[in-house]
Design a protein around this ligand. Structure first.
Ligand SMILES: Nc1ncnc2c1ncn2[C@@H]1O[C@H](COP(=O)(O)OP(=O)(O)OP(=O)(O)O)[C@@H](O)[C@H]1O
Ligand SMILES: [Mg+2]
Length: 388
Protein backbone atom coordinates (compact mmCIF):
# COMPACT_ATOMS: atom_id res chain seq x y z
CA UNK A 1 0.00 0.00 0.00
CA UNK A 2 1.15 3.47 -0.77
CA UNK A 3 2.12 5.52 2.22
CA UNK A 4 1.89 9.28 2.42
CA UNK A 5 4.90 11.40 3.15
CA UNK A 6 4.69 12.55 6.79
CA UNK A 7 6.57 15.82 6.18
CA UNK A 8 4.67 18.95 5.16
CA UNK A 9 6.82 21.55 3.40
CA UNK A 10 3.89 23.87 2.72
CA UNK A 11 3.37 27.33 4.21
CA UNK A 12 0.94 27.31 7.11
CA UNK A 13 0.59 23.51 7.24
CA UNK A 14 0.79 21.83 10.62
CA UNK A 15 4.05 19.83 10.77
CA UNK A 16 4.01 16.14 11.83
CA UNK A 17 5.79 17.22 15.00
CA UNK A 18 5.79 20.77 16.31
CA UNK A 19 9.42 21.00 17.34
CA UNK A 20 11.08 23.26 19.89
CA UNK A 21 8.12 25.48 20.76
CA UNK A 22 7.38 24.29 24.31
CA UNK A 23 8.21 27.60 26.00
CA UNK A 24 5.85 29.76 23.95
CA UNK A 25 3.09 27.14 24.19
CA UNK A 26 3.51 27.06 27.96
CA UNK A 27 3.23 30.85 28.08
CA UNK A 28 0.00 30.75 26.14
CA UNK A 29 -1.56 27.89 28.14
CA UNK A 30 -0.60 29.60 31.36
CA UNK A 31 -2.30 32.75 30.11
CA UNK A 32 -5.55 30.90 29.45
CA UNK A 33 -5.47 29.10 32.78
CA UNK A 34 -4.50 32.12 34.88
CA UNK A 35 -7.57 34.09 33.84
CA UNK A 36 -8.17 37.68 32.75
CA UNK A 37 -5.15 39.93 33.13
CA UNK A 38 -2.59 37.15 32.61
CA UNK A 39 0.24 38.30 30.30
CA UNK A 40 -0.04 35.27 27.99
CA UNK A 41 -3.51 36.47 26.94
CA UNK A 42 -2.09 39.36 24.97
CA UNK A 43 0.78 38.26 22.80
CA UNK A 44 2.70 39.29 19.70
CA UNK A 45 4.63 36.68 17.79
CA UNK A 46 7.33 37.79 15.38
CA UNK A 47 9.82 36.01 13.16
CA UNK A 48 11.21 35.70 9.65
CA UNK A 49 9.37 34.03 6.77
CA UNK A 50 8.95 30.31 7.21
CA UNK A 51 9.84 30.25 10.89
CA UNK A 52 6.43 28.95 11.97
CA UNK A 53 4.23 31.91 12.95
CA UNK A 54 1.09 30.65 11.21
CA UNK A 55 1.64 27.18 12.63
CA UNK A 56 1.92 28.52 16.18
CA UNK A 57 -1.33 30.48 15.78
CA UNK A 58 -3.02 27.27 14.61
CA UNK A 59 -1.63 25.46 17.64
CA UNK A 60 -2.92 28.22 19.95
CA UNK A 61 -6.32 27.83 18.32
CA UNK A 62 -6.26 24.10 18.95
CA UNK A 63 -5.36 24.63 22.61
CA UNK A 64 -8.12 27.19 23.08
CA UNK A 65 -10.73 24.99 21.36
CA UNK A 66 -9.76 22.10 23.63
CA UNK A 67 -10.81 24.39 26.50
CA UNK A 68 -14.12 25.01 24.71
CA UNK A 69 -13.12 28.54 23.77
CA UNK A 70 -14.30 30.10 20.56
CA UNK A 71 -11.51 30.92 18.13
CA UNK A 72 -11.59 33.59 15.45
CA UNK A 73 -8.52 33.52 13.25
CA UNK A 74 -8.05 36.21 10.66
CA UNK A 75 -5.27 37.23 8.30
CA UNK A 76 -4.61 40.92 7.84
CA UNK A 77 -5.62 42.35 4.48
CA UNK A 78 -8.07 44.98 3.37
CA UNK A 79 -11.33 44.90 5.31
CA UNK A 80 -9.88 43.04 8.29
CA UNK A 81 -11.97 44.73 11.01
CA UNK A 82 -15.15 44.36 8.98
CA UNK A 83 -14.48 40.64 8.44
CA UNK A 84 -13.85 40.19 12.13
CA UNK A 85 -17.13 41.92 12.85
CA UNK A 86 -19.03 39.76 10.37
CA UNK A 87 -17.68 36.64 12.03
CA UNK A 88 -18.52 37.86 15.52
CA UNK A 89 -22.11 38.66 14.66
CA UNK A 90 -22.86 36.63 11.51
CA UNK A 91 -26.64 36.66 11.90
CA UNK A 92 -26.95 40.36 12.41
CA UNK A 93 -25.95 42.99 9.95
CA UNK A 94 -23.63 45.36 11.75
CA UNK A 95 -26.31 48.07 11.79
CA UNK A 96 -28.23 46.08 14.38
CA UNK A 97 -25.54 46.67 16.93
CA UNK A 98 -27.30 50.00 17.53
CA UNK A 99 -24.61 51.83 15.65
CA UNK A 100 -24.88 53.62 12.35
CA UNK A 101 -23.61 52.18 9.09
CA UNK A 102 -21.08 54.04 7.06
CA UNK A 103 -22.29 57.58 6.52
CA UNK A 104 -22.71 59.40 3.24
CA UNK A 105 -23.29 56.34 1.05
CA UNK A 106 -26.80 57.60 0.27
CA UNK A 107 -25.43 61.09 -0.09
CA UNK A 108 -23.19 59.92 -2.89
CA UNK A 109 -26.22 59.37 -5.06
CA UNK A 110 -27.29 55.96 -3.89
CA UNK A 111 -24.15 53.90 -4.51
CA UNK A 112 -24.75 50.54 -2.92
CA UNK A 113 -21.98 48.60 -1.24
CA UNK A 114 -24.07 45.45 -1.15
CA UNK A 115 -23.43 44.89 2.52
CA UNK A 116 -23.71 47.34 5.38
CA UNK A 117 -20.19 48.44 6.24
CA UNK A 118 -19.11 50.31 9.30
CA UNK A 119 -17.13 53.52 9.05
CA UNK A 120 -13.63 53.43 10.47
CA UNK A 121 -14.70 55.97 13.07
CA UNK A 122 -17.46 53.73 14.33
CA UNK A 123 -15.50 50.52 14.01
CA UNK A 124 -13.76 50.49 17.42
CA UNK A 125 -17.07 50.86 19.27
CA UNK A 126 -18.91 48.46 17.01
CA UNK A 127 -16.23 45.80 17.33
CA UNK A 128 -16.16 46.23 21.07
CA UNK A 129 -19.92 45.82 21.27
CA UNK A 130 -19.85 42.73 19.06
CA UNK A 131 -17.01 41.10 21.01
CA UNK A 132 -18.77 41.98 24.27
CA UNK A 133 -21.93 40.24 23.08
CA UNK A 134 -20.05 37.11 22.02
CA UNK A 135 -18.32 37.09 25.40
CA UNK A 136 -21.64 37.40 27.26
CA UNK A 137 -22.73 34.13 25.68
CA UNK A 138 -19.35 32.40 26.03
CA UNK A 139 -18.77 33.40 29.64
CA UNK A 140 -22.10 31.93 30.63
CA UNK A 141 -20.59 28.60 29.59
CA UNK A 142 -17.30 29.40 31.35
CA UNK A 143 -15.63 29.73 27.98
CA UNK A 144 -13.73 32.57 26.36
CA UNK A 145 -12.81 34.09 23.02
CA UNK A 146 -9.44 33.86 21.27
CA UNK A 147 -8.78 36.25 18.40
CA UNK A 148 -5.66 35.70 16.30
CA UNK A 149 -4.43 37.99 13.51
CA UNK A 150 -1.78 36.63 11.14
CA UNK A 151 0.41 38.76 8.82
CA UNK A 152 -0.26 41.72 11.14
CA UNK A 153 2.47 43.76 9.42
CA UNK A 154 0.12 44.04 6.43
CA UNK A 155 -2.88 45.42 8.35
CA UNK A 156 -4.36 48.85 7.64
CA UNK A 157 -3.75 51.27 10.45
CA UNK A 158 -7.46 51.97 10.96
CA UNK A 159 -8.19 48.24 11.28
CA UNK A 160 -5.40 47.81 13.78
CA UNK A 161 -6.62 50.81 15.80
CA UNK A 162 -10.17 49.44 15.88
CA UNK A 163 -9.11 45.98 16.98
CA UNK A 164 -6.58 47.20 19.54
CA UNK A 165 -9.07 49.66 21.03
CA UNK A 166 -11.80 47.04 21.33
CA UNK A 167 -9.49 44.44 22.86
CA UNK A 168 -7.95 46.95 25.25
CA UNK A 169 -11.35 47.82 26.70
CA UNK A 170 -12.40 44.22 27.05
CA UNK A 171 -9.16 43.32 28.80
CA UNK A 172 -9.63 46.24 31.16
CA UNK A 173 -13.14 44.98 31.90
CA UNK A 174 -11.58 41.62 32.79
CA UNK A 175 -13.47 39.77 30.10
CA UNK A 176 -12.46 36.24 29.15
CA UNK A 177 -10.57 37.20 26.02
CA UNK A 178 -7.15 36.43 24.53
CA UNK A 179 -5.61 38.28 21.59
CA UNK A 180 -2.54 37.13 19.66
CA UNK A 181 -1.12 38.83 16.60
CA UNK A 182 1.73 37.52 14.49
CA UNK A 183 3.85 39.00 11.75
CA UNK A 184 7.23 39.80 10.33
CA UNK A 185 9.64 41.64 12.62
CA UNK A 186 8.75 44.86 10.80
CA UNK A 187 5.55 45.10 12.89
CA UNK A 188 7.79 46.42 15.65
CA UNK A 189 8.62 49.57 13.72
CA UNK A 190 5.27 49.76 11.98
CA UNK A 191 2.80 49.47 14.86
CA UNK A 192 4.61 49.72 18.14
CA UNK A 193 5.88 53.26 17.62
CA UNK A 194 2.39 54.48 16.80
CA UNK A 195 1.00 56.45 19.73
CA UNK A 196 -2.57 55.28 19.26
CA UNK A 197 -1.33 51.73 19.37
CA UNK A 198 0.82 51.88 22.52
CA UNK A 199 -1.47 49.22 23.93
CA UNK A 200 0.04 46.74 21.47
CA UNK A 201 3.51 47.45 22.79
CA UNK A 202 2.47 45.96 26.11
CA UNK A 203 1.71 42.62 24.47
CA UNK A 204 4.02 39.83 25.55
CA UNK A 205 6.70 39.61 22.87
CA UNK A 206 7.56 36.16 21.57
CA UNK A 207 10.24 35.95 18.92
CA UNK A 208 10.31 32.73 17.00
CA UNK A 209 13.76 31.64 15.99
CA UNK A 210 15.68 28.59 14.87
CA UNK A 211 15.10 25.21 16.48
CA UNK A 212 18.03 23.57 18.32
CA UNK A 213 19.60 20.87 16.12
CA UNK A 214 19.29 18.23 18.82
CA UNK A 215 15.50 18.71 18.78
CA UNK A 216 15.50 18.48 14.99
CA UNK A 217 17.51 15.27 15.16
CA UNK A 218 15.12 13.68 17.66
CA UNK A 219 12.09 14.74 15.64
CA UNK A 220 13.53 13.28 12.41
CA UNK A 221 14.30 10.02 14.17
CA UNK A 222 10.76 9.70 15.55
CA UNK A 223 8.92 10.85 12.45
CA UNK A 224 10.82 8.49 10.15
CA UNK A 225 10.43 5.59 12.55
CA UNK A 226 6.67 6.15 12.87
CA UNK A 227 6.41 5.85 9.11
CA UNK A 228 8.38 2.60 9.01
CA UNK A 229 11.68 3.97 7.69
CA UNK A 230 14.76 4.14 9.92
CA UNK A 231 17.22 7.02 9.90
CA UNK A 232 20.26 6.90 12.16
CA UNK A 233 23.96 7.65 12.60
CA UNK A 234 25.72 9.76 10.03
CA UNK A 235 22.65 10.09 7.79
CA UNK A 236 20.61 11.45 10.69
CA UNK A 237 23.34 13.91 11.67
CA UNK A 238 23.71 15.15 8.11
CA UNK A 239 19.97 15.63 7.74
CA UNK A 240 19.59 17.57 10.99
CA UNK A 241 22.60 19.76 10.27
CA UNK A 242 21.40 20.64 6.78
CA UNK A 243 18.22 22.23 8.18
CA UNK A 244 20.20 24.81 10.17
CA UNK A 245 17.21 24.65 12.53
CA UNK A 246 15.04 26.62 10.08
CA UNK A 247 11.51 25.18 10.34
CA UNK A 248 10.61 25.35 6.67
CA UNK A 249 13.90 23.63 5.81
CA UNK A 250 13.17 20.93 8.42
CA UNK A 251 10.04 19.99 6.48
CA UNK A 252 11.81 20.23 3.11
CA UNK A 253 14.78 18.09 4.12
CA UNK A 254 12.55 15.52 5.84
CA UNK A 255 10.19 15.41 2.88
CA UNK A 256 12.83 14.87 0.21
CA UNK A 257 14.91 12.32 2.11
CA UNK A 258 11.81 10.37 3.04
CA UNK A 259 10.64 10.42 -0.57
CA UNK A 260 13.90 9.04 -1.95
CA UNK A 261 14.18 6.32 0.69
CA UNK A 262 10.57 5.32 0.26
CA UNK A 263 10.86 5.05 -3.52
CA UNK A 264 13.97 2.95 -3.18
CA UNK A 265 12.19 0.67 -0.71
CA UNK A 266 9.40 0.07 -3.20
CA UNK A 267 11.88 -0.87 -5.87
CA UNK A 268 13.61 -3.37 -3.61
CA UNK A 269 10.55 -5.25 -2.48
CA UNK A 270 7.09 -3.89 -2.96
CA UNK A 271 5.68 -6.19 -0.29
CA UNK A 272 7.94 -4.96 2.48
CA UNK A 273 8.40 -1.23 2.06
CA UNK A 274 9.12 -0.78 5.76
CA UNK A 275 12.30 -2.80 5.98
CA UNK A 276 14.55 0.05 5.04
CA UNK A 277 17.15 2.38 6.49
CA UNK A 278 18.02 5.75 4.99
CA UNK A 279 21.51 5.73 3.45
CA UNK A 280 24.00 8.60 3.33
CA UNK A 281 23.41 8.72 -0.39
CA UNK A 282 19.64 9.12 0.09
CA UNK A 283 20.40 11.90 2.54
CA UNK A 284 22.78 13.75 0.22
CA UNK A 285 20.34 13.61 -2.64
CA UNK A 286 17.42 14.61 -0.39
CA UNK A 287 19.30 17.63 0.94
CA UNK A 288 20.20 18.72 -2.59
CA UNK A 289 16.54 18.50 -3.66
CA UNK A 290 15.41 20.34 -0.53
CA UNK A 291 17.90 23.13 -1.24
CA UNK A 292 16.68 23.73 -4.72
CA UNK A 293 13.10 23.89 -3.45
CA UNK A 294 14.19 26.31 -0.72
CA UNK A 295 15.56 28.57 -3.43
CA UNK A 296 12.27 28.55 -5.35
CA UNK A 297 10.07 28.86 -2.28
CA UNK A 298 12.03 31.27 -0.09
CA UNK A 299 15.10 32.86 -1.68
CA UNK A 300 13.55 33.77 -5.03
CA UNK A 301 10.39 35.41 -3.58
CA UNK A 302 12.41 37.13 -0.86
CA UNK A 303 14.74 38.68 -3.45
CA UNK A 304 11.81 39.64 -5.68
CA UNK A 305 10.51 41.80 -2.84
CA UNK A 306 13.78 43.75 -2.59
CA UNK A 307 15.00 46.76 -4.52
CA UNK A 308 17.89 46.47 -7.02
CA UNK A 309 20.25 48.20 -4.59
CA UNK A 310 19.21 45.90 -1.74
CA UNK A 311 20.19 43.01 -3.99
CA UNK A 312 23.45 44.67 -4.91
CA UNK A 313 24.22 44.93 -1.20
CA UNK A 314 23.49 41.21 -0.74
CA UNK A 315 25.60 40.23 -3.75
CA UNK A 316 28.48 42.22 -2.29
CA UNK A 317 28.08 40.32 0.99
CA UNK A 318 27.92 36.96 -0.76
CA UNK A 319 31.56 37.34 -1.83
CA UNK A 320 32.55 36.57 1.75
CA UNK A 321 32.47 33.10 3.28
CA UNK A 322 31.37 34.41 6.67
CA UNK A 323 30.23 37.72 8.21
CA UNK A 324 30.98 40.76 6.02
CA UNK A 325 32.46 44.06 7.08
CA UNK A 326 30.03 46.87 6.24
CA UNK A 327 32.83 49.12 5.01
CA UNK A 328 34.09 46.40 2.66
CA UNK A 329 30.56 45.93 1.35
CA UNK A 330 30.29 49.69 0.69
CA UNK A 331 33.61 49.57 -1.12
CA UNK A 332 32.48 46.68 -3.32
CA UNK A 333 29.33 48.64 -4.14
CA UNK A 334 31.43 51.66 -5.04
CA UNK A 335 29.49 53.77 -2.53
CA UNK A 336 30.32 55.52 0.72
CA UNK A 337 29.51 53.87 4.05
CA UNK A 338 26.65 56.25 4.91
CA UNK A 339 24.90 55.38 1.64
CA UNK A 340 25.46 51.66 2.06
CA UNK A 341 24.16 51.87 5.64
CA UNK A 342 20.71 52.89 4.43
CA UNK A 343 20.47 49.50 2.72
CA UNK A 344 22.08 47.70 5.62
CA UNK A 345 19.33 49.04 7.93
CA UNK A 346 16.56 48.15 5.50
CA UNK A 347 17.85 44.61 5.11
CA UNK A 348 18.19 44.16 8.87
CA UNK A 349 14.60 45.39 9.38
CA UNK A 350 13.44 42.89 6.78
CA UNK A 351 15.39 40.14 8.63
CA UNK A 352 17.28 39.22 5.50
CA UNK A 353 20.60 40.01 7.20
CA UNK A 354 21.57 40.40 10.85
CA UNK A 355 23.83 42.74 12.72
CA UNK A 356 26.81 40.85 14.15
CA UNK A 357 28.30 43.86 15.99
CA UNK A 358 31.73 45.39 15.36
CA UNK A 359 30.67 46.68 11.94
CA UNK A 360 29.82 43.21 10.64
CA UNK A 361 26.67 41.77 9.12
CA UNK A 362 25.73 38.23 8.15
CA UNK A 363 22.89 36.53 6.31
CA UNK A 364 19.81 35.77 8.44
CA UNK A 365 18.23 33.32 5.99
CA UNK A 366 19.85 29.88 5.68
CA UNK A 367 21.62 29.17 2.38
CA UNK A 368 20.93 32.64 0.99
CA UNK A 369 24.67 33.17 0.44
CA UNK A 370 24.88 30.01 -1.65
CA UNK A 371 21.77 30.93 -3.61
CA UNK A 372 23.12 34.40 -4.38
CA UNK A 373 26.41 32.97 -5.60
CA UNK A 374 24.70 30.44 -7.83
CA UNK A 375 22.33 33.02 -9.28
CA UNK A 376 24.59 36.08 -9.20
CA UNK A 377 24.74 36.60 -12.94
CA UNK A 378 20.99 36.37 -13.31
CA UNK A 379 20.25 38.63 -10.32
CA UNK A 380 22.76 41.22 -11.52
CA UNK A 381 21.25 41.19 -14.99
CA UNK A 382 17.82 41.88 -13.52
CA UNK A 383 19.05 44.61 -11.19
CA UNK A 384 19.96 46.79 -14.16
CA UNK A 385 21.18 50.25 -13.42
CA UNK A 386 23.45 49.06 -10.64
CA UNK A 387 26.79 47.44 -11.07
CA UNK A 388 29.17 45.53 -8.90
N1 LIG B 1 8.00 24.14 15.22
C1 LIG B 1 8.04 23.57 14.01
N2 LIG B 1 8.53 22.32 13.85
C2 LIG B 1 8.56 21.76 12.64
N3 LIG B 1 8.12 22.32 11.51
C3 LIG B 1 7.62 23.56 11.60
C4 LIG B 1 7.55 24.25 12.85
N4 LIG B 1 7.02 25.46 12.64
C5 LIG B 1 6.77 25.53 11.32
N5 LIG B 1 7.11 24.40 10.68
C6 LIG B 1 7.00 24.15 9.23
O1 LIG B 1 7.66 25.23 8.57
C7 LIG B 1 6.90 25.70 7.44
C8 LIG B 1 6.59 27.17 7.61
O2 LIG B 1 5.70 27.39 8.71
P1 LIG B 1 4.70 28.64 8.72
O3 LIG B 1 3.96 28.70 7.44
O4 LIG B 1 3.90 28.59 9.98
O5 LIG B 1 5.75 29.86 8.80
P2 LIG B 1 5.45 31.41 8.86
O6 LIG B 1 6.35 31.99 9.88
O7 LIG B 1 3.98 31.64 9.03
O8 LIG B 1 5.92 31.90 7.42
P3 LIG B 1 5.42 33.18 6.57
O9 LIG B 1 6.04 34.39 7.21
O10 LIG B 1 5.94 32.92 5.19
O11 LIG B 1 3.92 33.20 6.64
C9 LIG B 1 5.68 24.77 7.34
O12 LIG B 1 5.98 23.76 6.41
C10 LIG B 1 5.54 24.19 8.74
O13 LIG B 1 4.98 22.89 8.68
MG1 LIG C 1 2.54 32.55 7.86
Amino acid sequence: MRQSNPFKPTAGRMPPLLIGRDAIIDDFEEGLDDGPGAPGRLMRVTGARGVGKTVILTEFGRIAKARKWEVIDETASEGLAQRLLNRLAPDKPSVNLSLKPSVSIAGLGGISLGEASVSSKQMPLTLRAAMGQRLDALERKNAGLLVTIDEAQAADRSDMVAIATAVQHLIREERNIAFVFAGLPSIASKWLNDEVLTFLRRAQAEQLGDIPLQDVRDAFEDTFEDSGIAIEGKALDMAAKATEGYPFMIQLVGYHIWRIAYRRSRNIDSKKPDAITVTEQDTEQGIANALSRLGDAVHGPELDGLSPIDKTYLLAMAQDDGPSSTSTVAERMGKDVAYANIYRTRLIDAQVIKDMGYGKVDFAIPYLRQYLREHAAYIRMNSSGTSL
